[in-house]
Design a protein around this ligand. Sequence first.
Ligand SMILES: [Zn+2]
Ligand SMILES: [Zn+2]
Length: 141
Amino acid sequence: MRTPDDLTALFRANQLKVTPQRLAVFEALHGDDTHPTAEVVHARVRERMPTVSLRTVYQALNDLVDLGEVRAVSVDNGAVRFDPNNSGHDHFVCRDCGRVSDVTASRPRLVAATGGEVLDEGYTVDTSEIIFRGRCAACNA
Ligand SMILES: [Zn+2]
Ligand SMILES: [Zn+2]
């Protein structure tokens, strides 16, 4: 995860303007492991920039996703949550409280759904993401 200063350099290297909005969006998300929605990030940014629109926040988030600095995670019914932790990790989504937790899982082998043929050899995996759904420890307690 980068600091806002590193991010400025990265934006410049990618010919993206370092706008106050983009920086404010990154700062609002930086170090946050709760996987907020764009609406939650928007509310935070508005505390500092009352006129910033949700659309601008979405665009800034999508720029950060395109740069690989932020992950977009689809957790439920198409709702996208944003994650400044861009390391490889998986997610557990609690069906009761909605909390999205960072987890890691070992990677299974790729096996054809029909026939059980192992596909590892012919396929190259660029990214993978496992979403576990169930009840979190707090909800089970
Ligand atoms: Zn829960
Ligand atoms: Zn995460």
